[in-house]
Design a protein around this ligand. Structure first.
Ligand SMILES: C[S@@+](CC[C@H](N)C(=O)[O-])C[C@H]1O[C@@H](n2cnc3c(N)ncnc32)[C@H](O)[C@@H]1O
Length: 260
């Protein structure tokens, strides 16, 4: 009874990509060679080349059980539209619970291991409830409004709720530079997405400057910031390696002697 239904579903989601594109994808990211169905969202991602970065960073999680939360699942208000990337994640992580958060209602996407919530990416109460309900949040993908003020607010709420060893990805970071999306062409504007990212980079080295104490939660929990064209992937862990600065670190003009 179920078989014809399942076959029909596979036909619907089958990716339409040329052989040339397939060859290129396989070349850059052998992780995805495993399955054509896993490439459902590649039409979209290939444009931005996110997939090969995700493939590299997320590969170790592929056989583990955890929760992946994606904010913004596409389709907007179009009925029955969106969710391709959620299905792709489900396929790529066979033991993971995939959770979506979307401002528009998408109940048709709910199925085994995929659960979609309707709401805003800046609703702190909702985000915390989701994290409480779905433990071991190891991957968060912010693909929501792409507005810097939302991206920053969501990161402030959700990053502390991400598990150690987890990844926080922000897609379409180019909007940081676009006033139309609330970004700014001023590279020093402190309110943009990329200014937050640049600050995370300083925080990564907090033990080498100032009073060597973390200025905020992110300082002591961001262990790597991977920046790509229009994509940032932040790794979480314990950032307390210990400082290496010499006693006279604040004295200008003293040459580095290799002992620090
Ligand atoms: C560009 S799409 C994301 C596509 C995603 N990269 C993918 O592969 O599926 C952005 C989605 O975010 C949703 N969105 C926009 N603002 C939001 C907000 N404040 N809270 C939650 N979702 C939002 C939109 O409705 C839309 O469906």
């Amino acid at each position: 009874m179920l078989k014809p239904l399942r076959r029909a579903a596979v036909r619907v989601v089958k990716p339409r990509v040329s052989d040339e594109t397939w060859a290129r994808l396989r070349a850059v990211d052998p992780w995805h060679r495993q399955s054509r169905r896993g490439l459902i969202a590649f039409n979209k991602w290939d444009k931005h080349q996110y997939a090969r970065h995700y493939g590299r960073h997320f590969m170790d999680l592929r056989r583990t059980s955890f929760t992946l939360l994606q904010i913004g699942i596409d389709g907007y208000r179009r009925e029955g539209s969106g969710g391709e990337s959620l299905r792709m994640w489900k396929h790529l992580f066979p033991k993971a619970q995939i959770v979506g958060l979307e401002q528009d209602d998408k109940p048709f996407l709910n199925e085994k291991r995929i659960l979609v919530y309707q709401g805003s990416q800046t609703d702190a109460y909702l985000l915390r409830s989701i994290a409480r309900k779905h433990r071991n949040l190891k991957i968060i993908v912010d693909a929501g409004s792409h507005r810097p003020e939302h991206i920053r607010a969501t990161f402030a709420i959700l990053f502390p709720l991400l598990s150690d060893g987890g990844f926080y990805a922000i897609e379409e970071t180019q909007t940081s530079y676009w006033p139309r999306f609330g970004g700014s062409a001023d590279l020093k504007d402190p309110a943009t997405t990329m200014s937050m990212i640049k600050d995370l980079l300083d925080g990564l080295n907090y033990e080498e400057f100032g009073d060597q104490k973390p200025r905020c939660y992110a300082d002591s929990h961001v262990v790597a910031v991977h920046c790509y064209h229009n994509l940032v992937i932040i790794e979480k862990g314990v950032n307390a390696e210990g400082g290496h600065r010499p006693r006279d670190w604040a004295t200008p003009g003293v040459a580095y002697d290799g002992n620090s």
